[in-house]
Ligand binder design. Structure first.
Ligand code: FMN
Length: 326
C-alpha cells in the first residue's frame, strides 16, 4: 500500500504501543517482515516544553524505515509546532493519536477524547498537514462510546484535510480493550473514504489477518498485542498472505535467543539497569505459553541485571530443548 508517497510492503503495520515499541522491538518486527513500524506515542506538549525524556523516544535507525512517529495532543498550534519539530528527525510518516483511552490522557482532552470533538479534529488535521512536508496519518477509534459512533465522519474529515491514511481500531474509547473489535465498522470506514484505511483490532493469526483483509477490503492491517514477545507474527502472516504457506512456530531456543538479542540491543541504548527493568515484561511475553514459564517469570521479575536474566533464560531454554529431543 502507499501512504502519501511512502510505499509500505507488505501491508502489515506494527501498532504504536506506549512503553513497548522501543527501537529494538521495532527493528526485530521489521526484520521479521513488518512493512511499517510506529514509535511509542510522543506528547506534543512535552516536546514543546523541551522534555529530554520525550526527545529520547524519537530515536530510530534507518534499518527501521519506513517508520512513523506518533504524536498526541489537542491544541492545533502546539500539534503543528511539534510536527515540525518531529520532521527535523526525518520520519517517513507522522501519525496523530485520536484513540488513547488512558484516563490521564483523556482528562487533558488528548487522544481518544478528540473523538468527541470533530471540529477540533479537523483543525488539528489542517494545522499539522500544513506544517510539514511528510505524509500525515491518523489513528482513530470507532467513536467515543456506542452512542456516538463517528469513525466514518472523522475519517472523511481527515481525508478532506489532506491526511494520507486512517487507521481504525474497531473499539470505542470507552471500551478500552474490552469486548471485541468491530470489523463491520472498520469496513464502513473503508467504504467512506478514498485514502488508504488500515484495520486494527484482535488479529492474532495469519488466517484472521487474511479473513479481516478480505472482509473489510482494508488496504492494510495493524497488529499490536499479537506481536508482544512474538515478532515472528509478521513473517507468519506475510507468508500466509503472499504464498499460502504456514511457517513453523519458533522453537523455545529461538524464542529465548530473540529475547536476549532484544535485551542486548536495549542495553546498548539504555544501559544495563534500565534495560533489565524494561525487559521484564518483554521476557515474560517471549516465553509465554512454554511449559514452566510461570516459574521462570518469578526469577525474571526480580533479576537485577541483563546477565542474570539471560542466565535464567538460557537455562530454561536448554532444559526445554533437552526434553523436546528426548
Ligand atoms: C501496551 C499498549 C500500549 C499502547 N499504546 C498505544 C499508543 O501509544 N498509541 C496508540 O495509538 N495506540 C496504543 N495502543 C493501542 C494499539 O496500538 C492497538 O490499537 C490495540 O492494541 C488494538 O490492536 P491489537 O488487538 O492488535 O492489540 C496500545 C496498546 C497496548 C496493548
Amino acid at each position: 500500500m502507499k501512504l502519501g508517497g511512502v510505499t509500505v510492503t507488505p501491508n502489515l503495520v506494527l501498532a504504536p504501543m506506549a512503553g513497548v515499541t522501543n527501537q529494538p522491538f521495532r527493528l526485530l518486527a521489521k526484520e521479521q517482515g513488518c512493512g511499517l513500524v510506529c514509535s511509542e506515542m510522543v506528547s506534543a506538549t512535552a516536546l514543546y516544553q523541551g522534555s529530554k525524556r520525550t526527545e529520547a523516544l524519537l530515536y530510530f535507525t534507518d534499518e527501521e524505515r519506513p517508520i512513523s512517529i506518533q504524536l498526541f495532543g489537542s491544541n492545533p498550534q502546539v500539534m503543528a509546532w511539534a510536527a515540525q519539530k518531529l520532521e527535523q528527525y526525518s520520519p517517513d510518516i507522522i501519525d496523530l493519536n485520536l484513540g488513547c483511552p488512558t484516563p490521564k490522557v483523556v482528562r487533558n482532552g488528548d487522544g481518544g477524547a478528540l473523538m468527541r470533538e470533530p471540529e477540533r479534529c479537523s483543525a488539528i488535521f489542517e494545522a499539522v498537514v500544513k506544517a510539514v512536508l511528510c505524509p500525515v496519518t491518523v489513528k482513530i477509534r470507532k467513536g467515543w462510546d456506542e452512542g456516538s459512533v463517528n469513525a466514518p465522519e472523522i475519517a472523511r474529515r481527515a481525508e478532506f484535510a489532506g491526511i494520507s491514511a486512517v487507521t481504525v481500531h474497531g473499539r470505542t474509547v470507552k471500551q478500552g480493550y474490552s469486548g471485541k473489535a468491530d470489523w463491520d465498522l472498520i469496513k464502513k470506514v473503508k467504504e467512506s473514504v478514498s485514502i488508504p484505511v488500515i484495520g486494527n483490532g484482535d488479529i492474532t493469526s495469519p488466517e484472521e489477518a487474511l479473513s479481516r483483509l478480505e472482509y473489510s477490503q482494508c488496504d492494510g492491517i495493524m497488529i499490536g498485542r499479537a506481536a508482544l514477545g512474538n515478532p515472528w507474527v509478521f513473517g507468519q502472516i506475510r507468508s500466509w498472505l503472499e504464498e499460502g504457506r504456514r511457517l513453523a512456530p519458533p522453537s523455545p531456543g529461538a524464542r529465548v535467543a530473540m529475547c536476549v538479542r532484544h535485551m542486548n540491543l536495549l542495553k546498548g541504548l539504555k544501559g544495563d539497569h534500565l534495560a533489565a527493568l524494561e525487559m521484564r515484561r518483554h521476557a515474560a511475553w517471549y516465553i509465554k505459553g512454554l511449559p514452566g514459564a510461570a516459574e521462570v517469570r518469578k526469577h525474571l521479575v526480580v533479576a537485577k541485571s541483563c546477565a542474570e536474566m539471560a542466565a535464567y533464560l538460557f537455562d530454561f531454554a536448554q532444559k526445554l530443548e533437552a526434553s523436546r529431543s528426548c
